[in-house]
Structure formats: C-alpha cells, structure tokens
Design a protein around this ligand. Structure first.
Ligand SMILES: C[S@@+](CC[C@H](N)C(=O)[O-])C[C@H]1O[C@@H](n2cnc3c(N)ncnc32)[C@H](O)[C@@H]1O
Length: 197
C-alpha cells in the first residue's frame, strides 16, 4: 500500500470532510479536485530543491498540494498559496497553521501573488486566473501545470488530439524550457518548465 507523509494524510482527511474531491473522476466535469499523489510527489521533488527559496501555489483547494510542498521544502523556504473560496482556504489554514513558513491567502491569485514574487517554483492550479505564471518566476525558476490527459490516453476523436490550447500556449512560451511528464498511472500528466529568459 502506498505510504504518504503524515501531513498529506491529514490533508486527505480534511479534504474528504470538506467534500473536496481527491480525483478528477470524483469531482465530475468542471468541478475542482486535489492534486493526485503522482503530482504531489513531483512537486515535493522540486520543492525540496528550493533552498532559501519562495514557492507559490495558485489555487489552494483545501491544501493537498500545499501539504506535499510544505512537507518537502527546506526549513528556510516559504510557500504562499491563494484560494478564492474562503471555505476551502479555511480548511487549508487549519491544516497548515502550525507552519510559520506557509501563508494561506484568500483572494484572487492575480490580486495577491505577483507582489510576493519572484518565485523559485509556481504550481499553477487555478485554471483561468488572470496571472502569467511564468512572469512570476525568477530566471531558473520552475512552473508546474496539472490536469492534463496524456495524448496516448485520449479517446479516439478527442479534439485535443488535433489541437490542445493548454499545451500550445505552454510549449509556445519562448521563456521556458519545457516538457510534459506522464504520471505513473499513465492516465494523467503535467506540464513542467524552467524559465530560461
Ligand atoms: C484544482 S483546485 C486546486 C487543488 C490544489 N492545488 C491541490 O493540489 O489540492 C483549483 C482551485 O483553484 C481555485 N481558484 C479558481 N480560480 C481562482 C483564482 N482566480 N484565484 C485563486 N484561486 C482560484 C478554485 O476555487 C479551486 O479550489
């Protein structure tokens, strides 16, 4: 059975209690869900390298992604995470209140995050939020975007096989060196890029 850090296990419990879905399937079309364990582990790998750094998460949900990041990041690193829905932000605040390195904000990402940058790592997980996540990065900083289906897992006839606006925008961004990472379940993937210019 897969093992999780204690903080992440607690985040799962609080998400369930708050009715925040843990998978895209449970959420249903158009609804929000927490990042999957494969994404969380990937974020943890990057967060662990942010020595003396600053991390931002756009779209906290109830704090699952923030838990993965906070658990892995070095003692001298900070995390700011922003959520527009106060009832979700309150759950994340309860989860992370004991960690002085973490700030859980309620509000629009575009209003509160840019002034706190530049960042070493940005987890952009709020859909259309009016922020340029790459613009929040220092040179050498990394951006992660969630919630893609690998091309090989798309059903025949999916319009995304011909053109996916999310991939097109990400891979067309000349500031980034970027790739797509398929998760071990082979059904989900994420986009990751390093700001080179
Ligand atoms: C996919 S969920 C986030 C999951 C979370 N990152 C995790 O790993 O568990 C997206 C969240 O973004 C929030 N959101 C949507 N638009 C936003 C905005 N403009 N600013 C801040 N949060 C926003 C939604 O309310 C929702 O809770």
């Amino acid at each position: 059975m897969e093992e999780f850090p204690a903080l992440v296990t607690r985040a799962f419990e609080l998400a369930r209690a708050a009715g925040f879905a843990l998978t895209r399937e449970d959420a249903g079309a158009g609804a929000s869900s927490a990042c999957l364990p494969g994404v969380g582990r990937f974020l943890a790998v990057l967060a662990a390298g942010c020595v003396g750094g600053r991390i931002a998460e756009l779209g906290t949900g109830t704090g699952v992604g923030a838990a993965w990041i906070a658990d892995a990041m070095p003692a001298d690193c900070t995390l700011v995470t922003v959520e527009v829905e106060e009832r979700f932000a309150a759950v994340a605040r309860e989860l992370l209140s004991g960690d002085a390195r973490v700030e859980v904000l309620t509000g629009e990402a575009a209003d509160v995050v840019p002034a706190r940058g530049p960042f070493d790592l940005v987890f952009s997980d709020a859909g259309a939020h009016g922020v340029d996540p790459v613009g929040l990065l220092r040179i050498g900083g990394r951006v992660v975007m969630d919630d893609l289906t690998p091309r090989a897992a798309l059903p025949p006839g999916s319009p995304l096989l011909a053109d996916d606006p999310k991939r097109r925008a990400f891979f067309g961004d000349r500031r980034l060196v970027s790739t797509e990472v398929v998760l071990p379940d082979l059904r989900n993937s994420l986009l990751v890029g390093t700001r080179a210019r």
